[in-house]
Design a protein around this ligand. Structure first.
Ligand SMILES: C[S@@+](CC[C@H](N)C(=O)[O-])C[C@H]1O[C@@H](n2cnc3c(N)ncnc32)[C@H](O)[C@@H]1O
Length: 163
């Protein structure tokens, strides 16, 4: 990874081509995930709302082998991409508003990077899981006394609401 004032402030300067396969990116991602973020939890398996079975049947009718699980994969938002956007577009102490929140990653990264995150999601299950992860993470940080990255408070991780 390069160094210099822009890198100190922005992790990676905004006018860069991002390479999420680079070793430094993957190492940073592992560091984030090792804190206990599991953005897939709380998400429904079938993001395609019942279409996964139909697609599996269609594949079979075409003589293709497609396990239903292929269609039901969950996309997990990258914590490094999240922190880059926070660094580029929001000040420490700023507010992040996430109207279709989904998993925990954006809230947890916001809290640990000193932003105040407010996420909305129609799924109670998702919100409960996000809250659980945020609480657990705060406990881990408090207990160990270690702060792997610059810390901030999570004022609210998720608010249950439909929009
Ligand atoms: C695909 S996830 C988005 C995850 C994340 N923001 C991202 O960009 O990766 C969409 C989320 O929006 C939520 N959602 C759908 N309709 C909603 C509504 N009317 N009000 C609030 N949340 C809603 C779903 O429960 C789901 O968790």
């Amino acid at each position: 990874m390069s160094s210099g004032a822009l890198y100190d402030s922005f992790i990676y300067p905004p006018f860069s081509v991002l390479d999420a396969r680079a070793k430094w990116w993957q190492d940073r991602k592992k560091k984030w995930l090792s804190l206990g973020i599991d953005s897939g939890k709380g998400r429904k398996q079938d993001l395609l709302n019942g279409y996964s079975d139909a697609m599996a049947r269609w594949s079979a009718s075409q003589g293709k082998q497609a396990a239903p699980a292929d269609w039901m994969a969950k996309s997990i938002f990258d914590p490094v991409l999240t922190e880059l956007f926070y660094a580029w577009f929001s000040p420490v102490g700023g507010r992040v508003l996430d109207p279709f929140a989904g998993g925990s990653v954006r809230g947890v990264v916001a809290g640990l990077k000193g932003r105040n995150y407010l996420g909305f999601d129609i799924s109670e299950e998702q919100i409960e899981e996000n809250r659980r992860q945020a609480k657990a993470l705060q406990l881990i940080l408090n207990r160990s006394g270690k702060r792997a990255m610059r810390s901030g408070s999570i004022s609210q991780v998720c608010a249950a609401s439909s929009i």
